[in-house]
Design a protein around this ligand. Structure first.
Ligand SMILES: Nc1ncnc2c1ncn2[C@@H]1O[C@H](COP(=O)(O)OP(=O)(O)OP(=O)(O)O)[C@@H](O)[C@H]1O
Length: 613
């Protein structure tokens, strides 16, 4: 029965525009249903109590001003006899009513507090769930998404905009609580005088139309805020990440202007929203105050003086109306504020949307070991739909052998190597692993057998130990020291103040380029990969460091299937196979000596490096 009801409510909710528009955000509430239901229930209860209190005050006023007049009755035995005390003497009626008013006020305060508390908890939980969902979404996305999106914008969404959504849900809870209170007050007003209620409705309806015009402008202006915030975060992030380049190029003034421009845009966008949204509260208050006074005057001179209405009823009506006005102001303010968060809502929704983003489709076959070879069969690839980078690549990478990729800058070497761990998938053609399409394998099991050592290996802001043992569990210090020794990193790690426990700073700022690379080699050694992808450093290292790195790479490569992107030909003379790429095509393929004898592209590179040393 309850589950039927739940399904019915869910279906009803799904049919609403609110659900349709914000499904990706609202679905997160399902993870904490208790808190959400408690927030709604207590808010509803508080609203009912608030209305009851006003009604009780009205009856109380009547008892005070006209004790001899017959008391107001509802027809409900409990309320008329126990609360209003219609059969009791006037003095006892007043005592009864004041006791119940006090009780209702305190109970309403408690319910209001619990309603607000649970709403806030729901908003906090929602923010956490959204952050997790965004994180999972980002983890599942293919690299091509990142090459088109600014990191600053993503950081802004995951931190700033989710924070805004938390605020927005606090506002929604105010909106909801006040909405309930308004309903109760409106019911009470109609009960007291339908004529006055209709007049009040017409007048406040007019006021709402004025407010909705401003709200629409706030909503429109709010869409510029996340864009400005994203640009601002990007400018700040790029300054921090590129501080070496900024110092070296002495572009401080240029960067300052760029940053100031980004902050000015944030100021401009947020000020516009602030100017419009703060206008609503005072405007509603001023206008509604004027209307209230006008209504009192008219009602008194018509209804009360002609005897159609008791003076206490008018008083209670006005009391209810005067309590309704701050509620309406609150609702208008909340609605306007909610509209100012529309930009953040839209961005988070866009980020969570799955239909327009590139995902890696995982296979199911567990990968255990490479038995024979990795084969590229007529592979084409482009980062953009109409801009191919690799053309018709066919090559075989045999198990246990070293395949070197050679070619000019931009020829497609890194792109080709990136297709092996499925950082990208071919646009056409296939990559076969022992004859099976790579896409059929569970990519996690395949990547566990593979390591990449590249010039830009990421160093985490953590200890040396963490960086070398990254992602591996149950690794002891001796294994890490051994990997460091084979990577020729022992000496400099021992020289660090806390050895393996030394923190390497953000992106490894405490390390030199050569040291960072040896940490990467130690990391790869510890993983003991079957397949190894090496992207040689292009930057010039001093001859001692270069020899140390070369030695450690040789240690790492032994007995493995190696794909090496070579920049110095001296390192690949003994490779089993050399593949020369030009403009995304394989132009030569064979062993080093064979290709030299052909006097083709490799021979030209060889001559060039030999001539320049
Ligand atoms: N993420 C990306 N998005 C779009 N185009 C890219 C991306 N990465 C590389 N390219 C383009 O693809 C082509 C091949 O680049 P790739 O990095 O594979 O060359 P490479 O041979 O490894 O060069 P280098 O020796 O300079 O590292 C280049 O034209 C490059 O501009």
């Amino acid at each position: 029965m309850f589950s039927d009801l739940r399904i019915a409510i869910r279906n009803l909710l799904k049919a609403t525009a609110l659900w349709q528009d914000n499904r990706l955000i609202l679905r997160e509430f399902k993870f904490f249903p208790g808190v959400t239901v408690a927030a709604i229930s207590f808010s509803l209860f508080a609203a009912c109590l608030s209305g009851s209190t006003v009604a009780l005050i009205g009856v109380f006023l009547q008892g005070l001003t006209n004790p001899q007049e017959s008391p107001i009755q509802t027809g409900l035995y409990f309320i008329d006899h126990w609360v209003f005390g219609i059969t009791a003497p006037p003095a006892e009626r007043i005592i009864r009513l004041s006791t119940f008013i006090l009780f209702a006020i305190w109970l309403q305060s408690l319910s209001h507090y619990l309603g607000q508390l649970f709403s806030r908890l729901a908003a906090i939980n929602l923010t956490e769930r959204l952050r997790r969902s965004i994180f999972e979404q980002l983890q599942g996305l293919s690299l091509s998404f990142y090459s088109k999106t600014q990191p600053g914008e993503l950081i802004n969404s995951i931190r700033g905009e989710t924070n805004q959504l938390q605020q927005a849900f606090n506002v929604i809870s105010v909106f909801f609580t006040q909405g309930m209170t308004l309903l109760v007050y409106v019911g009470l007003m109609f009960f007291l005088s339908w004529q006055l209620s209709i007049a009040a409705f017409l007048v406040f309806g007019l006021l709402s139309i004025c407010v909705s015009k401003i709200t629409a402008k706030v909503r429109e202006a709010s869409f510029d805020v996340p864009t400005a915030n994203g640009r601002f975060s990007s400018a700040a992030l790029e300054l921090i990440n590129g501080i070496r380049t900024v110092h070296a190029s002495s572009t401080h003034e240029y960067e300052r202007q760029r940053f100031y421009k980004a902050t000015s845009q944030v100021v401009k966008a947020t000020s516009k929203v602030a100017k419009l949204s703060t206008m609503v509260g005072p405007l509603t208050q001023g206008m509604s105050g004027t209307l209230l006074i006008l209504m009192v005057a008219i009602a008194f001179s018509t209804l009360v003086e002609s005897g159609q209405m008791r003076a206490t009823t008018l008083l209670t009506f006005l009391l209810t109306l005067s309590r309704t006005m701050p509620v309406v102001t609150h609702i208008n303010g909340a609605w306007t504020k909610l509209n100012s968060f529309q930009g953040a809502f839209k961005n988070v929704k866009d980020l969570l949307k799955e239909s327009d983003k590139p995902y890696l489709q995982n296979g199911e076959l567990p990968f255990s070991e490479l038995k024979c070879s990795i084969d590229f069969v007529a592979v084409n690839f482009g980062y953009e739909a109409n801009e191919p980078v690799l053309h018709d690549i066919t090559l075989a990478i045999a198990k246990g052998q070293t395949t070197a990729l050679v070619g000019s800058s931009g020829a497609g070497k890194t792109t080709l190597a990136d297709l092996i761990p499925r950082l990208y998938d071919p646009t056409d053609g296939k990559i076969l692993v022992d004859g099976i399409d790579l896409r059929q394998f569970d990519i996690h099991t395949f990547r566990q057998k593979l390591a990449i050592v590249s010039q830009d290996t990421f160093i985490f802001n953590a200890s040396v130990f963490y960086n070398i043992a990254y992602g591996l569990e149950g690794i002891d210090e001796s294994a890490v020291w051994e990997a460091a020794r084979q990577a020729n990193a022992l000496q400099f790690i021992q020289d660090l103040p806390d050895g393996l426990k030394t923190s390497l700073g953000d992106k490894g700022v405490r390390l030199s380029g050569g040291q960072r690379q040896r940490i990467a080699i130690a990391r790869a050694l510890l993983r003991n990969p079957e397949i190894l992808i090496l992207d040689e450093a292009t930057s010039a290292l001093d001859s001692v460091t270069e020899r140390l790195i070369q030695e450690s790479l040789e240690n790492l490569s032994q007995g493995r299937t190696v794909i090496v992107i070579a920049h110095r030909l001296s390192t690949i003379v003994n490779a089993d196979q050399v593949v020369v790429l030009e403009k995304g095509r394989v132009v030569e393929q064979g062993n080093y000596q064979e290709l030299l004898n052909q006097k083709g592209e490799l021979w030209k590179y060889h001559q060039m490096q030999f001539a320049t040393g």
